[in-house]
Design a protein around this ligand. Structure first.
Ligand SMILES: Cc1ncc(COP(=O)(O)O)c(C=O)c1O
Length: 427
Protein backbone atom coordinates (compact mmCIF):
# COMPACT_ATOMS: atom_id res chain seq x y z
CA UNK A 1 0.00 0.00 0.00
CA UNK A 2 1.22 3.50 -0.77
CA UNK A 3 1.97 5.56 2.31
CA UNK A 4 -0.45 8.24 1.10
CA UNK A 5 -3.36 5.78 1.10
CA UNK A 6 -2.87 4.92 4.71
CA UNK A 7 -1.55 8.14 6.16
CA UNK A 8 -4.95 9.63 7.00
CA UNK A 9 -5.28 6.92 9.65
CA UNK A 10 -1.60 6.72 10.45
CA UNK A 11 -0.57 7.30 14.03
CA UNK A 12 2.78 8.11 15.61
CA UNK A 13 3.57 4.43 16.24
CA UNK A 14 3.15 3.71 12.54
CA UNK A 15 5.52 6.59 11.76
CA UNK A 16 8.09 5.14 14.15
CA UNK A 17 7.79 1.82 12.31
CA UNK A 18 8.33 3.54 8.96
CA UNK A 19 11.47 5.18 10.38
CA UNK A 20 12.77 1.81 11.59
CA UNK A 21 12.26 0.31 8.12
CA UNK A 22 13.80 3.29 6.30
CA UNK A 23 16.79 2.18 4.19
CA UNK A 24 18.31 5.68 4.49
CA UNK A 25 18.00 5.93 8.30
CA UNK A 26 21.73 5.58 9.02
CA UNK A 27 22.51 8.82 7.14
CA UNK A 28 21.03 10.88 9.96
CA UNK A 29 24.10 10.03 12.07
CA UNK A 30 26.25 11.89 9.56
CA UNK A 31 24.67 15.25 10.41
CA UNK A 32 24.99 17.62 13.35
CA UNK A 33 21.43 18.27 14.50
CA UNK A 34 20.80 20.12 17.76
CA UNK A 35 18.80 18.22 20.41
CA UNK A 36 15.03 18.71 20.49
CA UNK A 37 15.05 20.19 17.00
CA UNK A 38 13.23 19.12 13.85
CA UNK A 39 15.02 20.81 11.00
CA UNK A 40 12.73 21.40 8.03
CA UNK A 41 14.70 24.16 6.36
CA UNK A 42 17.28 22.08 4.50
CA UNK A 43 15.78 23.47 1.28
CA UNK A 44 17.21 26.84 2.34
CA UNK A 45 20.35 25.93 4.31
CA UNK A 46 21.22 22.25 4.59
CA UNK A 47 22.24 20.82 7.97
CA UNK A 48 25.90 20.57 8.92
CA UNK A 49 27.68 17.36 7.99
CA UNK A 50 29.62 15.85 10.91
CA UNK A 51 32.75 15.78 8.78
CA UNK A 52 32.58 19.52 7.96
CA UNK A 53 34.31 20.88 11.07
CA UNK A 54 37.13 18.32 10.87
CA UNK A 55 37.65 18.96 7.21
CA UNK A 56 37.75 22.74 7.74
CA UNK A 57 40.22 22.23 10.58
CA UNK A 58 42.37 19.97 8.39
CA UNK A 59 42.41 22.49 5.54
CA UNK A 60 43.21 25.38 7.89
CA UNK A 61 45.79 23.65 10.09
CA UNK A 62 47.53 21.29 7.67
CA UNK A 63 46.89 22.36 4.10
CA UNK A 64 47.04 26.10 4.74
CA UNK A 65 49.07 26.17 7.96
CA UNK A 66 51.80 23.73 6.93
CA UNK A 67 51.40 23.28 3.21
CA UNK A 68 51.02 27.02 2.60
CA UNK A 69 50.97 27.94 -1.06
CA UNK A 70 52.26 24.48 -2.03
CA UNK A 71 48.77 23.14 -1.27
CA UNK A 72 47.41 24.57 -4.53
CA UNK A 73 49.32 21.66 -6.11
CA UNK A 74 49.88 19.16 -3.32
CA UNK A 75 46.44 19.22 -1.67
CA UNK A 76 44.43 19.38 -4.89
CA UNK A 77 43.21 22.94 -4.35
CA UNK A 78 43.76 23.90 -7.98
CA UNK A 79 41.41 21.20 -9.25
CA UNK A 80 38.66 21.64 -6.65
CA UNK A 81 36.23 23.29 -9.13
CA UNK A 82 36.37 20.27 -11.46
CA UNK A 83 36.75 17.63 -8.72
CA UNK A 84 33.61 18.90 -7.02
CA UNK A 85 31.98 19.61 -10.38
CA UNK A 86 32.18 15.93 -11.32
CA UNK A 87 30.66 14.97 -7.97
CA UNK A 88 27.72 17.32 -8.57
CA UNK A 89 27.42 15.96 -12.11
CA UNK A 90 27.08 12.45 -10.69
CA UNK A 91 23.95 13.60 -8.85
CA UNK A 92 22.35 15.51 -11.71
CA UNK A 93 23.16 13.30 -14.69
CA UNK A 94 25.71 15.76 -16.04
CA UNK A 95 28.48 13.37 -17.20
CA UNK A 96 32.15 13.90 -16.32
CA UNK A 97 33.98 17.06 -17.39
CA UNK A 98 30.92 19.28 -17.89
CA UNK A 99 30.54 20.95 -14.48
CA UNK A 100 32.54 23.31 -12.30
CA UNK A 101 31.81 24.36 -8.74
CA UNK A 102 32.49 28.07 -8.49
CA UNK A 103 31.01 31.49 -7.68
CA UNK A 104 27.34 31.91 -6.72
CA UNK A 105 24.22 30.75 -8.53
CA UNK A 106 23.42 34.35 -9.47
CA UNK A 107 26.87 34.88 -11.01
CA UNK A 108 26.83 31.52 -12.76
CA UNK A 109 23.45 32.35 -14.25
CA UNK A 110 24.84 35.61 -15.59
CA UNK A 111 27.76 33.76 -17.21
CA UNK A 112 25.56 31.01 -18.66
CA UNK A 113 22.91 33.39 -20.00
CA UNK A 114 25.57 35.65 -21.54
CA UNK A 115 27.21 32.70 -23.29
CA UNK A 116 23.86 31.35 -24.52
CA UNK A 117 22.84 34.74 -25.91
CA UNK A 118 26.21 35.01 -27.62
CA UNK A 119 25.66 31.66 -29.33
CA UNK A 120 22.20 32.75 -30.41
CA UNK A 121 23.53 36.11 -31.65
CA UNK A 122 25.64 34.13 -34.12
CA UNK A 123 23.00 31.58 -35.14
CA UNK A 124 19.80 33.67 -34.93
CA UNK A 125 20.57 37.38 -34.35
CA UNK A 126 16.90 38.35 -34.53
CA UNK A 127 16.20 36.41 -31.32
CA UNK A 128 16.58 38.82 -28.39
CA UNK A 129 13.94 37.80 -25.88
CA UNK A 130 14.61 35.86 -22.68
CA UNK A 131 11.66 34.06 -21.09
CA UNK A 132 11.60 33.14 -17.45
CA UNK A 133 8.98 32.19 -14.87
CA UNK A 134 7.12 35.12 -13.28
CA UNK A 135 7.32 33.06 -10.07
CA UNK A 136 11.03 32.38 -10.48
CA UNK A 137 13.42 33.13 -7.64
CA UNK A 138 13.82 36.93 -7.85
CA UNK A 139 17.62 36.87 -8.16
CA UNK A 140 17.32 34.94 -11.43
CA UNK A 141 14.91 37.51 -12.82
CA UNK A 142 17.08 40.40 -11.63
CA UNK A 143 20.25 38.91 -13.14
CA UNK A 144 18.53 38.46 -16.49
CA UNK A 145 17.13 41.98 -16.38
CA UNK A 146 20.60 43.30 -15.53
CA UNK A 147 22.09 41.37 -18.45
CA UNK A 148 19.45 42.60 -20.89
CA UNK A 149 20.12 46.14 -19.69
CA UNK A 150 23.87 45.73 -20.25
CA UNK A 151 23.35 44.31 -23.72
CA UNK A 152 20.89 47.03 -24.78
CA UNK A 153 19.97 46.54 -28.45
CA UNK A 154 16.37 45.47 -27.79
CA UNK A 155 17.25 42.59 -25.46
CA UNK A 156 14.25 42.01 -23.24
CA UNK A 157 13.10 39.74 -20.39
CA UNK A 158 9.52 38.46 -20.55
CA UNK A 159 7.84 36.78 -17.59
CA UNK A 160 5.62 33.74 -18.14
CA UNK A 161 3.15 31.99 -15.87
CA UNK A 162 3.72 28.43 -14.66
CA UNK A 163 0.75 27.16 -16.70
CA UNK A 164 2.38 28.49 -19.88
CA UNK A 165 5.60 26.61 -19.05
CA UNK A 166 3.75 23.38 -18.27
CA UNK A 167 1.82 23.64 -21.55
CA UNK A 168 5.05 24.02 -23.56
CA UNK A 169 4.89 27.80 -24.21
CA UNK A 170 1.91 27.86 -26.66
CA UNK A 171 1.54 31.66 -26.43
CA UNK A 172 5.01 32.93 -25.73
CA UNK A 173 7.46 30.89 -27.84
CA UNK A 174 7.77 33.32 -30.72
CA UNK A 175 10.57 33.68 -33.26
CA UNK A 176 12.05 36.41 -31.03
CA UNK A 177 12.86 34.07 -28.14
CA UNK A 178 16.56 33.32 -27.76
CA UNK A 179 16.69 31.79 -24.30
CA UNK A 180 14.45 30.34 -21.62
CA UNK A 181 15.63 30.27 -18.00
CA UNK A 182 13.64 28.00 -15.71
CA UNK A 183 13.95 26.99 -12.11
CA UNK A 184 13.31 23.24 -11.96
CA UNK A 185 11.49 23.32 -8.59
CA UNK A 186 9.75 26.53 -7.55
CA UNK A 187 11.22 27.85 -4.31
CA UNK A 188 7.87 28.95 -2.91
CA UNK A 189 5.34 26.32 -3.97
CA UNK A 190 7.60 23.30 -4.49
CA UNK A 191 6.20 22.79 -8.03
CA UNK A 192 8.45 20.60 -10.21
CA UNK A 193 8.65 21.18 -13.98
CA UNK A 194 9.35 18.31 -16.35
CA UNK A 195 12.87 18.83 -17.62
CA UNK A 196 12.76 16.55 -20.62
CA UNK A 197 9.48 17.59 -22.26
CA UNK A 198 10.01 21.28 -21.43
CA UNK A 199 13.50 21.24 -22.91
CA UNK A 200 12.13 19.61 -26.07
CA UNK A 201 9.40 22.25 -26.39
CA UNK A 202 11.97 25.04 -26.02
CA UNK A 203 14.29 23.53 -28.59
CA UNK A 204 11.40 23.00 -30.99
CA UNK A 205 10.77 26.74 -30.72
CA UNK A 206 14.40 27.49 -31.64
CA UNK A 207 15.46 28.72 -28.18
CA UNK A 208 18.06 27.51 -25.69
CA UNK A 209 17.39 26.58 -22.08
CA UNK A 210 19.18 27.07 -18.78
CA UNK A 211 17.87 25.16 -15.77
CA UNK A 212 18.31 26.44 -12.21
CA UNK A 213 18.63 23.34 -10.01
CA UNK A 214 18.88 25.11 -6.62
CA UNK A 215 15.82 23.27 -5.27
CA UNK A 216 16.30 19.98 -7.09
CA UNK A 217 20.01 19.04 -6.94
CA UNK A 218 20.22 16.48 -4.13
CA UNK A 219 16.44 16.41 -3.79
CA UNK A 220 15.47 14.24 -6.73
CA UNK A 221 16.85 12.28 -9.68
CA UNK A 222 17.88 14.52 -12.58
CA UNK A 223 19.08 13.58 -16.05
CA UNK A 224 20.56 16.81 -17.42
CA UNK A 225 22.44 15.28 -20.34
CA UNK A 226 19.64 12.83 -21.17
CA UNK A 227 17.05 15.62 -21.26
CA UNK A 228 19.06 17.49 -23.88
CA UNK A 229 19.40 20.61 -21.68
CA UNK A 230 21.88 23.28 -22.77
CA UNK A 231 23.12 24.62 -19.45
CA UNK A 232 22.32 24.48 -15.75
CA UNK A 233 23.27 26.26 -12.56
CA UNK A 234 22.54 25.57 -8.91
CA UNK A 235 23.75 25.87 -5.37
CA UNK A 236 25.37 23.47 -2.93
CA UNK A 237 24.17 25.00 0.34
CA UNK A 238 20.59 23.69 0.30
CA UNK A 239 19.90 19.97 -0.28
CA UNK A 240 23.62 19.28 -0.82
CA UNK A 241 24.64 20.49 2.67
CA UNK A 242 27.72 22.44 1.53
CA UNK A 243 27.55 25.09 4.28
CA UNK A 244 26.27 28.67 4.42
CA UNK A 245 27.18 30.51 1.21
CA UNK A 246 29.08 27.49 -0.17
CA UNK A 247 30.00 27.77 -3.86
CA UNK A 248 27.52 27.09 -6.64
CA UNK A 249 27.86 25.05 -9.83
CA UNK A 250 27.51 25.56 -13.54
CA UNK A 251 26.97 22.76 -16.05
CA UNK A 252 27.31 23.16 -19.82
CA UNK A 253 26.37 20.47 -22.37
CA UNK A 254 29.57 19.09 -23.83
CA UNK A 255 28.72 20.09 -27.41
CA UNK A 256 28.45 23.75 -26.33
CA UNK A 257 31.65 24.04 -24.26
CA UNK A 258 33.73 25.85 -26.83
CA UNK A 259 31.00 27.56 -28.83
CA UNK A 260 31.10 30.80 -26.85
CA UNK A 261 32.95 32.56 -24.09
CA UNK A 262 31.45 34.06 -20.99
CA UNK A 263 32.05 37.71 -20.08
CA UNK A 264 33.54 37.29 -16.58
CA UNK A 265 36.78 36.23 -18.24
CA UNK A 266 39.07 36.20 -15.23
CA UNK A 267 42.41 34.44 -15.22
CA UNK A 268 40.95 31.12 -14.00
CA UNK A 269 39.06 30.86 -17.29
CA UNK A 270 42.24 31.38 -19.33
CA UNK A 271 43.78 28.63 -21.47
CA UNK A 272 47.21 29.21 -19.90
CA UNK A 273 46.49 30.82 -16.59
CA UNK A 274 50.07 31.04 -15.40
CA UNK A 275 51.52 32.39 -18.63
CA UNK A 276 50.28 35.76 -17.38
CA UNK A 277 49.81 36.89 -20.93
CA UNK A 278 48.08 40.22 -21.54
CA UNK A 279 46.10 38.49 -24.32
CA UNK A 280 42.96 36.62 -23.31
CA UNK A 281 42.51 33.08 -24.62
CA UNK A 282 39.66 31.04 -23.16
CA UNK A 283 40.38 27.57 -21.76
CA UNK A 284 39.01 24.67 -23.78
CA UNK A 285 36.10 22.97 -22.07
CA UNK A 286 34.26 23.70 -18.87
CA UNK A 287 37.14 25.58 -17.16
CA UNK A 288 36.31 28.61 -19.31
CA UNK A 289 33.30 29.08 -17.04
CA UNK A 290 35.55 29.83 -14.06
CA UNK A 291 36.40 33.42 -13.12
CA UNK A 292 38.76 34.03 -10.17
CA UNK A 293 40.34 32.30 -7.19
CA UNK A 294 38.02 30.08 -5.15
CA UNK A 295 37.95 29.58 -1.37
CA UNK A 296 39.74 26.29 -0.69
CA UNK A 297 38.16 26.12 2.78
CA UNK A 298 34.62 26.59 1.56
CA UNK A 299 35.10 24.20 -1.35
CA UNK A 300 36.60 21.51 0.89
CA UNK A 301 33.70 21.73 3.32
CA UNK A 302 31.21 21.56 0.46
CA UNK A 303 32.94 18.41 -0.75
CA UNK A 304 32.02 16.63 2.50
CA UNK A 305 28.33 17.20 1.70
CA UNK A 306 28.81 15.95 -1.86
CA UNK A 307 30.65 12.84 -0.60
CA UNK A 308 27.73 12.06 1.70
CA UNK A 309 25.35 12.23 -1.25
CA UNK A 310 27.76 10.17 -3.33
CA UNK A 311 26.93 7.24 -1.03
CA UNK A 312 23.15 7.72 -1.17
CA UNK A 313 20.93 6.06 -3.75
CA UNK A 314 19.04 8.94 -5.40
CA UNK A 315 16.10 6.64 -6.28
CA UNK A 316 15.73 5.89 -2.56
CA UNK A 317 16.10 9.58 -1.73
CA UNK A 318 13.30 10.48 -4.14
CA UNK A 319 11.03 7.64 -2.98
CA UNK A 320 11.41 8.69 0.66
CA UNK A 321 10.99 12.38 -0.18
CA UNK A 322 7.65 11.66 -1.88
CA UNK A 323 6.53 9.42 0.98
CA UNK A 324 7.37 12.16 3.49
CA UNK A 325 5.57 14.86 1.52
CA UNK A 326 2.54 12.58 0.91
CA UNK A 327 2.36 12.03 4.66
CA UNK A 328 2.75 15.73 5.41
CA UNK A 329 -0.01 16.74 2.97
CA UNK A 330 -2.39 14.01 4.15
CA UNK A 331 -1.89 14.88 7.81
CA UNK A 332 -2.37 18.61 7.18
CA UNK A 333 -5.63 17.87 5.39
CA UNK A 334 -6.84 15.36 7.97
CA UNK A 335 -5.79 17.15 11.15
CA UNK A 336 -5.79 20.90 10.39
CA UNK A 337 -9.09 21.05 8.51
CA UNK A 338 -10.70 23.30 11.15
CA UNK A 339 -8.32 26.10 10.16
CA UNK A 340 -7.87 28.24 7.02
CA UNK A 341 -4.83 26.24 5.90
CA UNK A 342 -4.27 25.48 2.23
CA UNK A 343 -1.69 23.11 0.77
CA UNK A 344 -0.18 24.92 -2.21
CA UNK A 345 2.33 22.24 -3.21
CA UNK A 346 1.05 20.10 -6.11
CA UNK A 347 -0.49 16.73 -5.15
CA UNK A 348 0.85 14.87 -8.20
CA UNK A 349 4.26 13.31 -7.68
CA UNK A 350 5.45 14.34 -11.12
CA UNK A 351 4.82 17.99 -10.22
CA UNK A 352 6.30 17.95 -6.72
CA UNK A 353 9.83 18.70 -5.53
CA UNK A 354 10.97 17.96 -1.97
CA UNK A 355 9.07 20.47 0.13
CA UNK A 356 5.54 21.07 1.31
CA UNK A 357 4.23 24.64 1.37
CA UNK A 358 1.04 25.59 3.09
CA UNK A 359 -0.61 28.97 3.35
CA UNK A 360 -2.41 30.59 6.26
CA UNK A 361 -3.19 34.31 6.65
CA UNK A 362 -1.05 34.33 9.83
CA UNK A 363 1.75 32.27 8.31
CA UNK A 364 4.57 34.42 9.66
CA UNK A 365 3.40 34.29 13.30
CA UNK A 366 2.63 30.56 13.06
CA UNK A 367 6.14 29.81 11.81
CA UNK A 368 7.59 31.92 14.60
CA UNK A 369 5.60 29.89 17.17
CA UNK A 370 6.78 26.63 15.58
CA UNK A 371 10.41 27.74 15.64
CA UNK A 372 10.03 28.59 19.32
CA UNK A 373 9.23 24.88 19.82
CA UNK A 374 12.35 23.81 17.96
CA UNK A 375 10.60 22.98 14.68
CA UNK A 376 12.41 25.01 12.06
CA UNK A 377 10.83 25.73 8.69
CA UNK A 378 10.61 29.14 7.09
CA UNK A 379 8.21 31.76 5.82
CA UNK A 380 7.88 33.35 2.39
CA UNK A 381 5.57 36.13 1.33
CA UNK A 382 2.64 36.01 0.91
CA UNK A 383 1.42 33.87 3.84
CA UNK A 384 3.47 30.77 2.99
CA UNK A 385 4.99 28.34 5.48
CA UNK A 386 7.66 26.19 3.82
CA UNK A 387 8.78 22.79 5.07
CA UNK A 388 11.80 21.26 3.34
CA UNK A 389 11.89 17.46 3.41
CA UNK A 390 15.47 16.24 3.33
CA UNK A 391 15.35 12.43 3.32
CA UNK A 392 18.87 11.93 4.68
CA UNK A 393 18.01 13.44 8.07
CA UNK A 394 14.22 13.85 8.30
CA UNK A 395 11.96 10.97 9.27
CA UNK A 396 8.26 10.13 9.31
CA UNK A 397 7.97 10.76 13.05
CA UNK A 398 9.38 14.26 12.50
CA UNK A 399 6.54 14.93 10.04
CA UNK A 400 3.96 13.61 12.50
CA UNK A 401 5.34 15.75 15.33
CA UNK A 402 5.42 18.84 13.12
CA UNK A 403 1.79 18.57 12.07
CA UNK A 404 0.76 17.89 15.68
CA UNK A 405 2.66 21.00 16.84
CA UNK A 406 0.96 23.01 14.10
CA UNK A 407 -2.43 21.70 15.24
CA UNK A 408 -1.71 22.69 18.81
CA UNK A 409 -0.49 26.17 17.81
CA UNK A 410 -3.58 26.73 15.63
CA UNK A 411 -6.13 25.27 18.10
CA UNK A 412 -4.73 27.36 20.97
CA UNK A 413 -3.87 30.46 18.90
CA UNK A 414 -0.36 30.37 20.36
CA UNK A 415 0.78 32.35 17.33
CA UNK A 416 -1.36 35.32 18.40
CA UNK A 417 1.27 36.94 20.64
CA UNK A 418 3.32 40.11 20.03
CA UNK A 419 6.66 38.24 20.04
CA UNK A 420 5.53 36.14 17.05
CA UNK A 421 4.86 39.22 14.91
CA UNK A 422 8.35 40.74 15.09
CA UNK A 423 10.32 40.39 11.86
CA UNK A 424 14.11 39.93 11.60
CA UNK A 425 16.22 40.68 8.51
CA UNK A 426 16.11 37.06 7.28
CA UNK A 427 12.79 35.20 7.25
C1 LIG B 1 16.15 29.06 -7.19
C2 LIG B 1 17.24 29.98 -6.74
N1 LIG B 1 17.99 30.59 -7.67
C3 LIG B 1 18.99 31.43 -7.32
C4 LIG B 1 19.26 31.70 -6.00
C5 LIG B 1 20.34 32.68 -5.65
O1 LIG B 1 21.45 32.03 -5.16
P1 LIG B 1 22.74 32.87 -4.71
O2 LIG B 1 22.28 33.84 -3.67
O3 LIG B 1 23.64 31.84 -4.11
O4 LIG B 1 23.30 33.53 -5.90
C6 LIG B 1 18.50 31.06 -5.00
C7 LIG B 1 18.79 31.32 -3.58
O5 LIG B 1 18.18 30.83 -2.66
C8 LIG B 1 17.46 30.20 -5.39
O6 LIG B 1 16.69 29.59 -4.48
Amino acid sequence: MMISERSATLDRTACERLDRDDPLRSFKDEFVLPPNTIYLDGNSLGAQTKGAANRAQEVIADEWGTGLIRSWNTAGWFDLPTTLGDKVAGLVGGGAGNTVVTDTTSINLFKAASAALKMQATDAPERRVILTQRENFPSDIYMLQGLAEQLGDDYEVRLVDDAEVTAGFPNTMTAEVALVVLTHVNYRTGRLFDMSSTTSAIHAGGAMVIWDLCHSAGALEIDLAGSGADMAVGCTYKFLNGGPGSPAFIWVAEALHNRATQPLSGWWSHAKQFDMSPEYAPAEGIRRYLTGTHSAISMSVAEVGLNTFGRADMAQVRAKSLALSDLFIDLVEARLSAHPVEVITPREHEHRGSQVSISHPEGFAIMSALIERGIIGDYREPSILRFGLTPLYIGFTDVWDTVEALRDILDNRTWDAPEHKLRSAVT
